[in-house]
Design a protein around this ligand. Structure first.
Ligand code: NDP
Length: 304
């Protein structure tokens, strides 16, 4: 299979590229900057990868069997009005470009599947509601971003199988929220964040990458699929487990201001939270390597 990927140079994309290459698939990295992509995927280590800047995306997409769309400005920043606009536009514009290129290709050149990222922010936040794929969207800023992002992907032609993965908080060593949280835990003492009552719907990076991989290959994967582990936890439990794994007793709370300093307003994802269940992935028989957060955190801390 030949797969074109936007956002391939990011935290999730890098691991997905490695997975695809290790299974002998071909990858085309759709990037805004060849220089950046060449640093992430140096030609000596990745001779088989094709790197394409925007003018070359069309050629790549039209010669691919599948497209994965992960691009977007990180949300863990300070949310000025300009940044909020860019958080939304970076996702919608890239999705729009990808969808137009797919739709404008002749049917025999067209990839057969588009796997497009979105986020559990779609549902809004709640301490009590349990969300699954059928739950309605929330009414805060991130819900609106996710709705518009998904709506753009839904413009892809009917003949192309579309999978929208509503991704939870991805846990991995080299990026995402955890990479920023671990140093805080080392500085304070691994205690709860905020009240600790909020839900934390997480997924191990390897499980998410395997879910995307399954979505590419298995025609039963269609429509919205929550990309979360089957056992979300309260933030207090997440913090306790993380405290244990990094060897910090959980008695001194990590203050909200410290988390906001490293995650910006994007900390709301962690500080407000939502309980999201991956009913569709489970129904499809997806097998999680890390269904429980303790095992996920232990595995991450063992990574070199
Ligand atoms: P990263 O921030 O690590 O990477 C995203 C990639 O998007 C970058 O490598 C970059 O690729 C591209 N990008 C960055 N800024 C812009 C911009 N302004 N316009 C267009 N493209 C841009 O993200 P992740 O790998 O962590 O996440 C991938 C997707 O999954 C994102 O859309 C994210 O919102 C979503 N997601 C992630 C979660 C997580 O916990 N990590 C949780 C929920 C959703 P390049 O420079 O090569 O063009």
């Amino acid at each position: 299979m030949r797969v074109s990927i936007t956002g391939a140079t990011g935290f999730i994309g890098r691991r997905l590229v490695q997975k695809l290459l290790s299974d002998n698939h071909k990858v085309c990295v759709l990037t805004r900057s060849r220089a950046k992509a060449q640093l992430v995927f140096p030609v000596n280590n990745f001779p088989e990868i094709v790197i394409a800047e925007e003018a070359e995306w069309k050629q790549c997409i039209h010669s691919s069997n599948a497209v994965v769309n992960l691009a977007g400005l990180p949300i863990s920043t300070r949310w000025s009005p300009e940044i909020k606009k860019e958080i939304k536009h970076s996702r919608i514009n890239t999705t729009s470009k990808v969808v137009d290129l797919i739709n404008n290709g002749s049917t025999d050149l067209r990839p057969s599947v588009l796997v497009s990222a979105t986020a559990i922010g779609y549902y809004g936040t709640s301490e009590t509601t349990v969300f699954d794929e059928k739950s309605p969207s929330g009414n805060d800023y991130l819900s609106e971003v996710c709705r518009d992002w998904e709506a753009k992907a839904l413009e892809v032609d009917n003949g192309v199988r579309l999978v929208l993965i509503r991704i939870g908080v991805v846990l991995g060593k080299d990026g995402g929220a955890l990479a920023k949280m671990i140093p805080l835990f080392m500085m304070f003492a691994g205690g709860p964040l905020g009240s600790g009552r909020q839900w934390f719907s997480w997924i191990h990076l390897d499980d998410l990458v395997n879910l995307i991989y399954e979505a590419l290959r298995n025609p039963s994967y269609k429509g919205v699929i929550n990309g979360t582990a089957p056992h979300p936890v309260k933030l207090s439990e997440m913090c306790e487990q993380l405290g244990q794994v990094v060897g910090r007793p959980s008695w001194l709370p990590v203050p909200e201001f410290a988390l906001k300093a490293v995650l910006g307003e994007g900390a709301s994802v962690v500080l407000e939270g939502q309980r999201v269940l991956p009913l569709k992935a489970q129904k499809l028989g997806f097998s999680y390597k890390y269904p429980y957060v303790k095992d996920a955190l232990r595995a991450i801390m063992r990574e070199s």
